[in-house]
Structures are given as C-alpha cells and as structure tokens.
Design a protein around this ligand. Structure first.
Ligand code: FES
Ligand code: FES
Length: 225
C-alpha cells in the first residue's frame, strides 16, 4: 500500500509502514515465474500477511479469501463484533455500514483528508485506506469510543467549548488525532499540535479554534492530572 501523499506525521504513518514491511515482495520477474505454479499469484491476490487464509489447505499453500464475503471478527471500542464482509471492504465501510458507527466520516475515500481517522492499536490510521480484514486481531477505536458513558472525552469537550468546528465533517478525525497526541504527549506545544493534525484537512478553515481546543484540553489535563 502506498503511503498517503499529503504531509502526515511519522508516527501516524507507522501503521502503513509496518504493513508495507510485511507485504510480500514480489518482483515482476518472480510474478511471471510464479504464474506457472499459481503460488505467487496467490500471494499477490492475498495482498499481505493480514490476508493470509483462515482455511489453509496445506502448510505451504494457503487458500484464498473471497471473492465472496468472508467472516471476520473486529474489536471496536472494546466490543467484539462478528461480521461478514467482502475482502475488498475497507475498515471505514465496515465501521459505518456494518457496525453503524457513523462517527467515522468518509470524505475523500483516498487517504488525503483524514476524515476517516481512527485508532488502530493506539495509533492513528486512515480507515478508508485499510481493509477490514487487515483490522482483525487489532484494537480499533472510533470517535464513539472516546467518551466514558455520558462523560465526553476532554478533547471532545474542548472542541465544543472552543467552537472548533463549522460543518463538522472533519471533526471526528481531528478529535481522534488530538486525543492520540495527548495520550502520548500530555503537554504539547502548538507546533506539536499542528504536526499531530497534519494529516487532517478542514475545508471550513476552523484551524485556529481547533488548535485552541487542543491546547485547552492539554491544559485541562495538566490541571487535573
Ligand atoms: S476519507 Fe479517508 S483520508 Fe479522506
Ligand atoms: S468544520 Fe467543516 S471541514 Fe472542518
């Protein structure tokens, strides 16, 4: 999977890079050679480690997933869900269309706006750029998972108090990115805040208040903690 082309923080890209490092390295030559046996073609279609079969026919020859729906288990916001998805379904679509978690927004659907940002194993990830089958075995957190019952996450409260949104389409992604920053860096500078949301785009231009809200949430954390 190619990394998003926009300025995205190094840590935020870790998941993509980690995934890339696990992807099978198939050269054009080895691909053509492998067509004879069908084995390399299988590896390409499977698309990487996370797509390895659940029904391996032998130890050496994995079976394919799909093209029909396949059962998967996703852990989202602390809850385990069993669902059936086509292997091409993205995590964003699985969250929105299979689990009714519509807080995650799909705006560009091509890894350039950050509207679909969620946490995967604690790191920010574009859910429109990740297959649902690749999220199996990982902890996914969406904006719905940040609040504790009726108590909003401090970043959510700060966005409301500082009027850090206009249309609100980008807001869940920004909130996830800022909450991720504060979990790692409780007292960020303005520059660190800006870097943490460098993979999120607000078409309404609410940036000044978004930055204020992020710093206010950090300040509140500092006073309370
Ligand atoms: S919808 Fe995923 S990055 Fe824009
Ligand atoms: S508030 Fe409208 S895109 Fe950010």
């Amino acid at each position: 999977m190619a990394a998003p082309s926009h300025p995205f923080g190094k840590e935020d890209l870790a998941i993509v890079e980690e995934h890339d490092s696990k992807a099978p390295k198939v050269s054009r030559r080895s691909f053509l050679k492998g067509m004879g046996t069908g084995l390399v073609g299988t590896a390409v279609l499977a698309g990487g480690e996370a797509l390895k079969t659940r029904e391996a026919s032998t130890d050496t020859q994995p079976a394919l997933i799909g093209p029909g729906e396949t059962p998967i288990t996703l852990k989202v916001n602390g809850q385990t869900h069993s669902l059936k998805v086509s292997p091409r379904v993205t995590l964003a679509d699985a969250l929105r269309n299979h689990l009714d978690l519509t807080g995650t927004k799909v705006v560009c659907d091509r890894g350039s706006c950050g509207g679909c940002t969620v946490l995967v194993d604690g790191k920010t990830a574009y859910s429109c750029m990740m297959l649902a089958v690749d999220a199996e075995g990982k902890e996914v957190t969406t904006v719905e998972g940040l609040a504790r019952g009726s108590r909003l996450h401090p970043v959510q409260s700060a966005f409301i108090e500082h009027d850090a949104l206009m249309c609100g389409f980008c807001t869940p992604g920004f909130i996830i990115s800022v909450s991720s920053l504060l979990s790692r860096t409780p007292r960020p500078t303005l520059e660190q805040v800006k870097e943490s949301v460098s993979g999120n785009v607000c078409r309404c231009g609410a940036y000044p208040n978004i930055f204020k809200a992020a710093l206010a949430a950090a300040e509140k954390n500092r006073k309370e903690g």
